[in-house]
Design a protein around this ligand. Structure first.
Ligand SMILES: *[C@@H]1O[C@H](CO)[C@@H](O)[C@H](O)[C@H]1NC(C)=O
Ligand SMILES: *[C@@H]1O[C@H](CO)[C@@H](O)[C@H](O)[C@H]1NC(C)=O
Ligand SMILES: *[C@@H]1O[C@H](CO)[C@@H](O)[C@H](O)[C@H]1NC(C)=O
Ligand SMILES: *[C@@H]1O[C@H](CO)[C@@H](O)[C@H](O)[C@H]1NC(C)=O
Ligand SMILES: *[C@@H]1O[C@H](CO)[C@@H](O)[C@H](O)[C@H]1NC(C)=O
Ligand SMILES: *[C@@H]1O[C@H](CO)[C@@H](O)[C@H](O)[C@H]1NC(C)=O
Length: 576
């Protein structure tokens, strides 16, 4: 007996599959209780004791007992006889007994809940097996009523009523804000729960009401109502919240930002918060008020320095809320003196002044003939090389101003050098005359000759190379002149000795010439040797003493050397 009662106690546990078995010795019925759950509207199977071989039972009886009422027989089946049904109206057409003695109850209802007892009578014993039936039903969806989609900031408002209908047991409802569970805190969050039971169906409807005091950050928050039930997955429904509030701040933005310069299009933008955001604004432009609607910008094109000053913007209906900004329109003006083309005489002074009128720090750069200058140009004494186009550029942010002048240096030409040298083949002499002056000087020579090259005239400088073939001692004069005056210089040029050498070589080549010709040539050779010797002697003398020749100008020493070589060469040949 002790063993038996222990087993039956276990059978009271919900869902536990413990069954009762009474030893054959026992002569009285034993009650055992098991819990059975079925789904609403479905067929529910209530098993008899599976440990009993019901095929050999003399009788199987199913009894039913409501929570309040007395037990009532449903089905009695004696061995080898049809089942005898004495069903109350509530069970009509819904109850049957399976071959394995289970009671099958179709279209389960909450009103069916109660205790179903299976009694098995065998030849030796009576068993009783009790099943406590519970009928479960998940809620019919989830709905939110009385949704408040716009909440005024800080005002406790009913946000919604969430309902999970017709469930058993009653569904649990919770509220979440952005997936975070909300708890009633008695301040900003109030949650009230209510469960109503339908007297006919006994189904429960759960209602949960959320009252909420919204903050600015709650704008756009998603409030979810979630119902959970032991049958089925949780169901949810949600509200997206809009928090309304009147504007609290206003800001004035000015573009472009620093530096704003003359010629820019200045855009004023009035930015206000609030939900819904204000759509109309007043712009106060230095005394003048302009109203704009359905936009928050106002543009002033091509601003000038006069536009500098204080600007404000405000809300049309709330003048107390306004923003202001001091705007500076940067400007840049320059004045360069001199300007245009100016002509100056070499040696004079020129004053350059650059005046800058600007509203802010700026940079200055100079160029001469498009090449950058390190410093601002200064002309205490103008030289021909100062000629050129001078340009200054002053910049302030995106603003840039340029000015320029062209300096033309004029004056009478001056010969800076006059020199001479023999041509590479020794056939002529090259005279080089270098002069400075502006306008371009004309170069003339006092003897007949050939112009070899003339340099381009630049920075007031010109170089001319002139070829002469002197047959005698010459004094060559180079003269340069323009409308401002002229200059000249002269240089002495010795005749070329080349002719002699040339003739000697000639005789050497043509052997068939007459003896007379040979004789003349030999005579000339002797004469050359003599001249050479005489010259050599002069040179020796001039080196010992300080005998001066007119050849002491540029190129003369070179010429002397050449001559010396020639004399030596000739004397050697004469010896042969
Ligand atoms: C009893 O029989 C019914 C129908 O034939 C079946 O659905 C059920 O699983 C059986 N129960 C047991 C415990 O064998
Ligand atoms: C200023 O606005 C005018 C007209 O809208 C436009 O033609 C001009 O290009 C703008 N100027 C600048 C500097 O953006
Ligand atoms: C901008 O204003 C200046 C001075 O008022 C004027 O010279 C210039 O032509 C204007 N530019 C444009 C694009 O309107
Ligand atoms: C603008 O300048 C005025 C006068 O200089 C000054 O009273 C005002 O406070 C300034 N406003 C701002 C926004 O700085
Ligand atoms: C230059 O040559 C011309 C003729 O060719 C002659 O008339 C003139 O006298 C010569 N001048 C000099 C300086 O030799
Ligand atoms: C040429 O000059 C040289 C040296 O200056 C002199 O020795 C010579 O006699 C001169 N010849 C003539 C023809 O004047």
């Amino acid at each position: 007996m002790h063993l038996l009662s222990a087993r039956c106690a276990c059978a009271l546990l919900i869902h536990a599959l413990f069954f009762c078995q009474v030893p054959l010795l026992s002569s009285f019925a034993v009650k055992c209780i098991q819990s059975v759950r079925g789904l609403y509207g479905e067929t529910i199977e209530i098993p008899c004791d599976p440990f009993i071989q019901t095929e050999n039972a003399m009788m199987i009886k199913w009894k039913y007992e409501k929570k309040d009422g007395s037990p009532q027989d449903l089905i009695v089946k004696s061995k080898d006889q049809d089942a005898l049904m004495t069903l109350p109206d509530a069970f009509k057409k819904r109850v049957s007994m399976a071959a394995n003695s289970s009671l099958l109850l179709s279209d389960g209802k909450l009103t069916d809940q109660g205790t179903f007892t299976c009694m098995v009578v065998t030849s030796t014993n009576i068993f009783e097996h009790q099943n406590k039936l519970e009928v479960l039903k998940s809620p019919e969806g989830l709905e939110i009523f009385d949704k408040a989609q716009e909440l005024e900031i800080g005002k406790l408002t009913k946000l919604g009523v969430c309902t999970a209908k017709n469930a058993n047991p009653a569904a649990e409802i919770m509220w979440l804000k952005n997936n975070q569970a909300l708890m009633d805190d008695g301040k900003g969050i109030f949650i009230t729960k209510d469960v109503k039971v339908d007297l006919d169906t006994l189904l429960s409807t759960t209602t949960s009401t959320l009252k909420y005091s919204a903050q600015k950050e709650d704008d756009g928050a998603v409030f979810t109502c979630r119902a959970t039930h032991i049958v089925g997955e949780p169901v949810t429904s949600w509200i997206t919240l809009t928090v309304t509030y009147s504007p609290e701040t206003v800001e004035l933005l000015v573009t472009p930002q620093d530096p704003l310069v003359e010629g820019d299009n200045m855009t004023l933008e009035c930015v206000a918060d609030g939900n819904p955001a204000p759509t109309s604004f007043n712009f106060h432009l230095k005394g003048e008020t302009i109203k704009v609607e359905n936009k928050n910008v106002f543009t002033i094109t091509n601003v000038t320095r006069d536009a500098s000053g204080e600007y404000k913007c405000s809300l049309i209906d709330d003048r107390g809320l306004e923003a202001s900004k001091n705007v500076t329109v940067n400007y840049l003006d320059i004045n360069l003196r001199p300007s245009g083309r100016i002509e100056k005489l070499a040696g004079e002074a020129l004053e350059v002044t650059l005046q800058i009128y600007s509203s802010a720090a700026h940079s200055v750069s100079w160029k001469k003939n498009n090449r950058i200058l390190e410093n601002e140009p200064k002309f205490p004494k103008i030289a021909y090389s100062d000629s050129g186009v001078y340009e200054c550029e002053v910049a302030l942010g995106p603003l840039s101003r340029k000015a320029s002048f062209e300096l033309v240096v004029q004056g009478a030409p001056v010969i800076s050098s006059l020199s001479k040298h023999s041509s590479d083949d020794g056939k002529y002499k090259v005279l080089t005359c270098e002069a400075e002056g502006f306008p371009k000087p004309a170069v003339t020579w006092n003897i007949n000759g050939t112009l070899i090259t003339e340099s381009p005239f630049s920075n007031g400088k010109i170089i001319q190379k002139f070829a002469v073939v002197p047959s005698e001692n010459l004094t060559v004069q180079c003269t340069v002149s323009n409308k401002f005056g002229s200059d000249s210089k002269s240089i002495d040029v010795l005749p070329l000795l080349k002719d002699v050498t040339f003739k000697y070589q000639d005789t050497h080549v043509s052997r068939d010439q007459t003896k007379l010709v040979v004789g003349v040539v030999l005579g000339l050779l002797v004469a050359t040797v003599l001249i050479g010797l005489a010259y050599w002697l002069y040179l020796k003398k001039s080196k010992q003493g300080s005998w001066k020749t007119a050849e002491n100008e540029n190129g003369s020493s070179e010429e002397e050397k050449k001559l010396e070589e020639k004399v030596e060469e000739n004397s050697q040949k004469a010896e042969v």
